[in-house]
Design a protein. Structure first.
Length: 382
């Protein structure tokens, strides 16, 4: 009996010891990974700092400013052609070009301006931010607040990151409640994407201002001013695209409205099929709450690049496609993002850290795959 008792005590002690050893091993592995992440991040930061200093500092340069002037000239020319021509196909083409280049003005300029790196002057950054977004009917100040205070600080975190706000139409995150009609979302999503910018223009600003429980909204110092500014900026597209051509230049009002509406549609499609690939693809991680842990690793797992090492695509997209580099170095002009992306890729490859990077069409396929998976209730929730 005594021998049996001693045997039981011995086995229990060994089980406790093994469990403790296993727990310590897991903690050690986790700690070792965090050490690796931190070392990689420190190497990246050092190399990027050196690279930026060699290339004229973190701000946008004359090449970036000249590009924006060219884009604005294209917008003015194309919208004038769309208003004035009686050739149907030419009017349609000019309308599409108008929408795409309106969005490119925002992606290439306003995005950098929101981070204070388009110009040296904060006043110039704010002016460009407000005026370029206003052409799309969006409050640039409010967009900057939700982009920097919410999206960058809490990427892919449920009910904090405004880019993954839950809705009844699409399930873009595993944190969203599942609904039976989501099984068809991969089929009907492209039709919803047609009105992505009109929704932002007419609904999103007001919706967010009304939902004051959103963390970033609480940072607005004066709600009356915010409401008044948002309402005023909604009038800008109507003035520019409807009042000016119809009243001053005597163009057909219906045609002017068609140009305005379909330019928004073309901008919407361009926006969704490029910017959505930054986070809404298979493999990105989503969180119910702020996950903590190593910040570099969180951004690595929540962001994706498409053609992030291509000068051609980064030039056109204002670095939106080199998204991990932007999330890690938001206070740097997009003109540096190709070189920064290459540094990130090299350092991560040197220690075997995987990254979400692909070519454009691979990203589109991955986005559709994610829609299918989330439509079936599958999840990669962390």
């Amino acid at each position: 009996m005594l021998i049996f008792y001693l045997f039981c005590v011995t086995m229990i002690c060994r089980a406790i010891e093994n469990n403790y050893t296993e727990m310590n091993s897991k903690e050690l592995i986790h700690d070792n990974k965090n050490i690796v992440y931190q070392r990689v991040w420190e190497k990246i930061r050092l190399r990027v700092k050196t690279s930026i200093m060699k290339n004229g500092g973190k701000l946008g340069n004359l090449n970036v400013h000249f590009k924006l002037i060219c884009f604005f000239s294209i917008v003015c020319s194309s919208v004038w052609i769309a208003w004035s021509t009686n050739i149907f196909w030419l009017s349609c083409l000019a309308t599409i070009i108008t929408g795409v280049f309106l969005l490119l003005l925002v992606i290439n300029g306003a995005h950098d301006a929101s981070h204070g790196v388009l110009f040296r002057s904060s006043w110039a950054n704010t002016f460009y931010l407000i005026s370029s977004f206003a052409l799309l009917g969006i409050d640039g100040i409010l967009w900057k607040l939700r982009h920097i205070q919410a999206h960058h600080r809490n990427t892919n975190v449920h009910n904090v990151d405004p880019d993954i706000m839950e809705n009844i139409f699409l399930r873009l995150s595993p944190t969203h409640q599942y609904r039976s009609h989501f099984r068809w979302q991969a089929i009907y999503a492209p039709f919803l994407y047609l009105i992505a910018l009109p929704h932002t223009f007419l609904v999103q600003d007001f919706e967010h201002l009304a939902l004051r429980n959103l963390p970033y909204i609480k940072k607005i110092p004066n709600f009356k001013v915010a409401w008044l500014r948002a309402l005023s900026l909604k009038l800008i597209p109507f003035v520019v695209f409807l009042f000016v051509p119809a009243i001053i230049f005597q163009f057909d009002l219906i045609k002017s409205f068609a140009v305005f509406f379909f330019s928004q549609v073309s901008a919407s499609l361009f926006f969704v099929w490029t910017v959505s690939l930054n986070h809404f693809v298979v493999g990105t991680e989503f969180h119910k709450q702020e996950p903590g842990g190593n910040w570099f690793n969180r951004q690595r797992l929540a962001s994706a690049d498409w053609n992030g090492d291509s000068y051609f695509y980064v030039w056109w997209m204002g670095g939106a496609n080199a998204h991990l580099a932007h999330h890690l170095f938001p206070g740097v002009s997009h003109r540096h993002l190709v070189q920064i992306s290459k540094i990130i890729y090299e350092e991560c490859d040197s220690v075997g850290l995987s990254l979400l990077k692909f070519r454009f069409w691979e990203g589109v396929q991955s986005h559709y795959k994610l829609l299918n998976e989330l439509g079936k209730g599958k999840s990669n929730l962390i």
